[in-house]
Design a protein around this ligand. Structure first.
Ligand code: ATP
Ligand code: MG
Length: 559
């Protein structure tokens, strides 16, 4: 894990240093950045890094950041993705103001500029198939070969390109290529494709176009049209920069953005490839893009992760120029840190075991006071009901406890949080020999949880009244992948079969059932939980956002 603590502390990194230097030297008077998603999937936590970097720089240096959809491939792009991306950027706390743009807004201009390249002898129509083009591109060690169509006249090229646009040829019949250098050491400069024929309905331009610009052609020019000063992208585009610079040099663009590359985020136990995430959804491996096990922003949100935790995480990992893998524990640490401060405490019993307090008067109950947040008196207190029949956690009782087990067993005394000391006398079992009920007594003198004679107990347990608690379904999530570095090529084999555990018989405090999807609560001794959208008025469903401690590494081992 490469974390740059010093940089993160100062909130500085090599890109911010460049921005500061460009302002100091008056190379730029206003900084313009952009976040340029392709609307072919939902955003994930890797995108959050790019969003925080681009929008963060604009905020810190009084510049602006555009949200621009790089919508150049209509076969994979959908309005659903355009909408979700906007919602997710907003949820993360960033605002593009009026600067919402689409590469498709520039299709007309990009087309005119392509004709300009043809007229300047810098682009040609190639009739080779995609496969032929690929075969003749060469390799890292071998130069490519010129296309037999490379020598076409300007007039012929213009005529063919216009007919491509007019829809006269079938998909894939021809492409427009830049005429650069088939022997270049940089494969991206071996006559890259600028336009392809594609009959597909575009979410914004409909059926207007029969040709679409390539990403490499559209991307840099879109930045130039928008006056982007610092075009920030991930390292895999470093080798494309000479092509972007070539195009900026040859075209009558209104500005010349400079591209800077940074390392993309990789996380242990996680795959952040849109292809994999799409297959997880389409293949039914998860319940959708917002499945709480997904590393998508929508998944994190549904899981109860606060946006501040994502921002804190991104700040801590910093921005570096070398690829690395960040421990997912770092994200979990940030989530716990924020929620520990903000989440109200409640009690819930995930796997209930019935307790009968034999010396508690039948048909009565009482209200006890519970604290909503131990470090925040302003969060106040609430009443919780105590009565003769209670639930405790199955794990908190052992009939034959080992030496170090201090919770409830026959004959030991424990404290029920905010309530009384209790002791267990008898175990009731079903026909299968499973413990289904404990017969206990309480000491009425220990009300509030302390004994007047000063005697101590070794455990304090959470509990709920059987009559005055509410049933709920609780979904406990574990990492989607069982290996710390899952194989993106064969991800299904690395899925964690225990990624979702459904607890159907949990019990919660009545007011918890009334909470909303934005009230993340700590269920004492269990972790942080939030109401899920699958809840109905009679069937509340809760997601475990995260446990209180990191137990996963112990359970699964390092993959
Ligand atoms: P693909 O190009 O395969 O569709 P992508 O994740 O690159 O996937 P884009 O929509 O192009 O998708 O990404 C938008 C922006 O987010 C790009 O500038 C990209 O560099 C950045 N980005 C994508 N993945 C990460 C990541 N893991 N870490 C940091 N930035 C990322
Ligand atoms: Mg991309």
């Amino acid at each position: 894990m490469t974390v740059e603590p010093e940089a993160a502390e100062a909130g500085r990194d090599f890109i911010r240093d460049i921005v500061q230097a460009d302002l100091d030297s008056k190379r730029h008077s206003q900084i313009v950045t952009r976040f340029p998603p392709e609307p072919n999937g939902y955003l994930h936590i890797g995108h959050a890094k790019s969003i925080a970097l681009n929008f963060g720089i604009a905020q810190e240096f009084s510049g602006r950041c555009n949200l621009r959809f790089d919508d150049t491939n209509p076969t994979r792009e959908e309005q659903e993705y355009i909408d979700s991306i906007q919602a997710d950027v907003k949820w993360l706390g960033y605002d593009w103001g009026t600067d919402l743009h689409y590469a498709s807004d520039y299709f007309e201009r990009l087309y005119d500029w392509a004709e300009g390249l043809i007229r300047a002898g810098l682009a040609y129509v190639d009739d080779q198939s995609q496969e032929e083009i690929r075969l003749k591109r060469g390799t890292l060690t071998e130069p490519g070969q010129n296309s037999p169509f490379r020598g076409r006249s300007v007039d012929e090229n213009l005529d063919l390109f216009r007919r491509m646009k007019a829809g006269e040829f079938p998909n894939g019949a021809r492409v427009l290529r830049a005429k650069i250098d088939m022997t270049s050491g940089n494969i991206n400069l071996r006559d890259p494709v600028l336009y392809r024929i594609l009959r597909a309905t575009h979410p914004r331009t409909g059926d207007k176009w029969a040709i679409y610009p390539s990403y490499d052609y559209a991307h840099g020019q879109s930045d130039a049209i928008e006056g982007v000063t610092h075009s920030i992208c991930t390292l895999e585009f470093e080798d494309h920069r000479p092509l972007y610079d070539w195009l900026l040099d040859k075209l009558p663009v209104p500005s010349k953005p400079h591209q800077y590359e940074f390392a993309r985020l990789n996380l242990t136990y996680t795959l952040l490839s849109k292809r994999v995430l799409t297959e997880l959804v389409r293949g039914g491996h998860v319940a959708g893009w917002d499945d709480p096990r997904m590393p998508t922003i929508a998944g994190l949100k549904r899981r109860g992760v606060p946006p501040a935790a994502v921002r804190e995480f991104v700040k801590r990992i910093g921005v570096a120029k070398a690829n690395s893998i960040v421990d997912v524990g770092m994200l979990e640490f940030c989530i716990r840190e924020i929620l520990n401060r903000t989440a109200q405490r409640r009690m819930a019993v995930l796997r209930p075991l019935k307790v009968v307090i034999e010396n508690y008067p039948e048909g009565t109950s009482e209200e006890l006071e519970a604290i909503n947040h131990p470090d925040d008196p302003a969060a106040g207190t609430r009443k919780i009901a105590f009565g003769r029949e209670l639930y405790i956690e199955q794990d908190d009782f052992m009939e034959n406890p080992p030496k170090k087990f201090f919770r409830l067993s026959l004959g030991t005394e424990v404290r029920l949080r905010y309530a009384y000391f209790i002791k267990c006398h008898e175990v009731v079992k079903n026909a299968a020999g499973e413990v289904i009920e404990l017969r206990c007594t309480y000491d009425p003198a220990t009300k509030g949880g302390n004994a007047p004679d000063g005697r101590k107990v070794k455990a304090t347990m959470h509990w709920l009244s059987a009559a005055q608690s509410v049933p709920a379904e609780i979904r406990v999530y574990n990492p989607l992948f069982a290996k710390s570095s899952p194989d993106a090529g064969n991800f299904a084999a690395d899925l964690n079969p225990q990624s979702l555990e459904i607890l159907k018989d949990a019990r919660i405090e009545p007011d918890v059932a009334q909470s909303t999807s934005s009230d993340v609560m700590q269920f004492e001794r269990q972790g942080y939980f939030v109401r899920d959208k699958d809840s109905t008025p009679t069937h509340p469903v809760f997601n475990r956002t995260i446990g209180l401690r990191d137990t996963f590494a112990k359970e699964v081992g390092k993959g």
